[in-house]
Design a protein around this ligand. Structure first.
Ligand SMILES: *[C@@H]1O[C@H](CO)[C@@H](O)[C@H](O)[C@H]1NC(C)=O
Length: 580
């Protein structure tokens, strides 16, 4: 992954503006410490800060087409780039081995239809010199971050991977909506990602009275096989890397499953069995792979935390080279200011959970690893949060899953992207693969995600994904991990982390200040001292209403008893218009 930054239509004096743009782009160099590039064309500047993982030697950006009429800056990975090249009807001379270059020629041949074909995670801006127009786009669920800003003094439009590039110059900043593109010709932002299960969420969910008739071991077996095949394929795609990579192991089910699948893939890779049904993307990925000879896994927690012990158990079982790091509460507290600066949010849950991941990412990068696989998304897809136990029906559960997936870019995707990119480490998230989502979000699976409800009476959340990988003859995971009850990341690192954060905030925010909170923070007023403390830190680095507006927060449902989470008690200040 990388950092992108672009300004379109800025004031006439480009000689002065160019060094300013370079300085702003440098603010996100942590995302791409390997190289930088700047292209100026008319009144437009397109910059790129590169983290090299695929096409390491040749893939410097911004990329340009053969005749230099298209300029492209991408943050992301396109896993099907080999297949995409075959969609091209004309001959093109590729200048690099970058997985992103194909976007230029797809655009040339099919315009915005190209977005239908991209399989991966990405944010990009593409400038078309001949038409003097540009487009910007963000991947289907917002695995990568992207912000858009406007400066009214010269009517310029700005884009950047992080808000900090825009905060000083723009009067208005938004988090760019996932699954959308922007077309400068008409100034419109349009949704391009709209799978069947988004568009018609209620379609295909059996009525409760039909459920019992549908119950069959064959149907279950088929569901489990589909889930397994889709997740294995997703992990396999994501092993495309020319540099050392590893896996994050939180000790919970989701990351453990990903680690287990990755380990199996590598084993079959070592024995030379990329199978006949594998497509060219996977063959190509494996031929260029130069990972560590053994798979490394990483975890972090307070000394004695339940997650550390569980992660170690998984690592021993799988045979990874495991690195379990500990952090002290003081180290965590010391990092809170930096975490807020990197995350660009004041959301309580996100900050709590990001801090350990932020500290861990630094350690991982220091070991020479540039990419990790991670388990985000499974709780949203499979109704893994404990409050889902109160879902009254399959319909409403399915709806809530969809809403949570649509809001991942405000929570776990934001955390995973920015905590790791703070140190130039890339996180890949197999559960959020487009094809996997299409399988896992099938309407007919919705009732299987309910807990303690007839006819299935599953005893535990995420039953179907656990059962799908419960293959005792050749186990993916130890049973006690496969069937381990959920602990949220910020709890699992050690229960005292959150308690200590709260205590610390109590000592930092006086009762008088807290009593006057609505005057100090009239918009999205913090509901707890902890929230107040984070908000204060946020506004110190990012003053101004345009920065506040860029923060999109997800407010969980209270009617299912989800309000234990302090962010859920906060006022509904900024819920983006596109949240459905
Ligand atoms: C952008 O919008 C204009 C005007 O509606 C349209 O003519 C053009 O084809 C669009 N651009 C792309 C790349 O589709």
């Amino acid at each position: 992954m990388c950092g992108i930054f672009a300004v379109f239509g800025c004031g006439p004096d480009m000689e002065t503006f160019r060094p300013h743009a370079v300085a702003l782009s440098k603010k996100i160099r942590h995302r791409g410490p390997d190289w930088s590039g700047v292209k100026v064309c008319g009144n437009n500047v397109i910059c790129h800060e590169r983290l090299a993982i695929v096409g390491v030697e040749s893939g410097a950006q911004p990329l340009t087409s053969a005749d230099e009429s298209l300029i492209l800056s991408v943050n992301g990975e396109i896993y099907n780039h080999v297949t995409l090249r075959k969609l091209l009807k004309k001959e093109h001379t590729f200048k690099t081995n970058s997985d992103c270059e194909v976007i230029l020629y797809l655009y040339e041949e099919m315009g915005l239809d190209l977005l239908k074909h991209l399989d991966g995670m990405f944010s990009f801006v593409l400038y078309d010199k001949n038409k003097d127009t540009y487009i910007a786009a963000r991947d289907h669920v917002g695995i990568t971050t992207l912000y858009q800003g406007w400066r009214h003094s010269d009517n310029s439009v700005w884009f950047a991977s992080e808000m900090k590039c825009l905060s000083e110059d723009c009067d208005r900043i938004i988090a760019f909506p996932p699954g959308h593109y922007y077309n400068s010709s008409n100034g419109k932002t349009t949704q391009y990602y709209n799978p069947e299960w988004y568009a018609h969420p209620a379609k295909g969910i059996p009525a409760p009275e039909e459920e019992a008739a549908l119950l069959s071991p064959e149907a279950d077996a088929e569901m489990y096989a589909s889930l397994r095949a889709a997740l294995e394929k997703s992990v396999k795609k994501r092993l495309m890397s020319e540099v050392p990579y590893g896996v994050l192991l939180s000790g919970g089910l989701d990351s453990s499953l990903i680690a287990s699948i990755a380990m199996r893939q590598r084993r079959s890779e070592e024995t030379g069995s990329v199978s006949a049904e594998d497509d060219d993307d996977i063959r190509s990925a494996f031929s260029s792979s130069s990972a560590f000879p053994r798979l490394h896994s990483f975890s972090i927690g307070l000394p004695g935390s339940p997650d550390l012990a569980a992660a170690q158990k998984v690592a021993t079982f799988l045979g990874t080279v495991h690195h379990g790091f500990t952090f002290t509460v003081e180290e965590g507290l010391d990092a809170i200011g930096e975490v807020i600066e990197h995350l660009e949010t004041y959301d309580v849950t996100t900050i709590r959970a990001s801090t350990p991941m932020y500290l861990l990412s630094r350690k991982i990068k220091a070991m020479g690893v540039k990419m990790v696989l991670s388990g985000e998304g499974a709780d949203e897809i499979f109704a893994g949060y404990l409050y889902f136990h109160s879902a009254p029906s399959a319909q409403s559960l399915h709806h809530e899953c969809i809403t949570r997936i649509q809001n991942l870019h405000t929570s776990d995707c934001l955390r995973a992207n920015k905590s790791t990119m703070a140190w130039g480490l890339e996180a890949r998230v197999p559960f959020l693969d487009r094809a996997f989502l299409d399988v896992a979000m099938r309407a007919e699976y919705a009732s299987h995600k309910l807990v303690n409800r007839a006819p299935y009476n599953h005893k535990m959340e995420k039953h179907i994904i656990r059962a799908a990988f419960d293959t005792p003859e050749d186990p993916y995971l130890p049973r006690e991990i496969l069937w381990r009850q959920k602990e949220q990341f910020s709890d699992g690192v050690g229960y005292s982390w959150i308690d200590r954060l709260k205590l610390h905030a109590e000592s930092r925010v006086s009762d008088a200040a807290f009593a006057a909170r609505a005057e100090r923070f009239p918009v999205d007023t913090p509901a707890t001292k902890e929230a107040y403390w984070y908000r204060e830190k946020f506004e110190r680095v990012f003053p101004g209403p345009q920065c506040l507006e860029s923060v999109v927060r997800w407010i969980p449902r209270k009617d299912w008893g989800c309000s234990e989470d302090p962010s859920g008690r906060a006022q509904k200040g900024h819920v983006a218009a596109y949240e459905k």
